[in-house]
Design a protein around this ligand. Structure first.
Ligand code: MN3
Length: 202
């Protein structure tokens, strides 16, 4: 028997990221949006099990997009919550990450500017990512549409920024630029640095 996917615990209170991200957004985003991806993923995986048991290849193929969308939503948000921390608690990039960001993008500040601009320009719903390309041994700024997980590009996800409107609209309305300007105040650099350190040795 396969185990059901579950909503991971949120490592802080809903209000912990205020004023950058409101408690109302956090509560809805976590308990409604993320929970729905988890529920729909479990439903699709159950149908997948039944299709496998019935040797129904057509049904297996038909389930792939639901698994990709809801599975991607679950994976992405599970990373996102840990990429954030209350103001003043997220620390700084590790010396290793700082060195790599500086080599790749000029400076940490310049990386932030470039990732902000790239993420701002996403058309419709999607995610901006800092990822590590293990083959090229370099950091990359990427964008993914909808809930496509960054791992589909072969990169290891280090830092994701959700720019679906549900992530900011109740507070920032249509002004995605302000959300993206402010979110850097609540980035958990310790988490991003840990992910980078693991990507280097894995
Ligand atoms: Mn979201």
């Amino acid at each position: 028997m396969s185990q059901k996917q579950q909503l991971p615990p949120l490592p802080y209170e809903f209000s912990a990221l205020e004023p950058v991200i409101s408690a109302q957004i956090m509560e809805l985003h976590y308990t409604k949006h993320h929970q729905t991806y988890v529920n729909n993923l479990n439903a699709a995986l159950e149908k997948q099990q039944a299709a496998e048991d019935n040797n129904d290849v057509a049904a297996l193929i038909a389930l792939q997009s639901a698994i990709k969308f809801n599975g991607g939503g679950h994976v992405n948000h599970s990373i996102f919550w840990t990429n954030l921390a209350p103001k003043g608690e997220g620390g700084e990039p590790s010396s290793e990450l700082k060195k790599a960001l500086t080599e790749q993008f000029g400076s940490v500040e310049s990386f932030i500017e470039q990732m902000t601009a790239t993420t701002l320009a996403i058309q419709g719903s999607g995610w901006g990512w800092l990822g590590y390309d293990k083959q090229k041994k370099k950091l990359c700024i990427s964008t993914c549409s909808n809930q496509d997980p960054l791992s589909m590009t072969g990169q290891v996800p280090l830092l994701g920024i959700d720019v679906w409107e549900h992530a900011y609209y109740l507070q920032y309305k249509n002004v995605r630029a302000d959300y993206l300007k402010n979110i850097w105040q609540v980035i958990n650099w310790k988490n991003v640095s840990d992910r980078f350190a693991k990507a280097l040795i894995a």
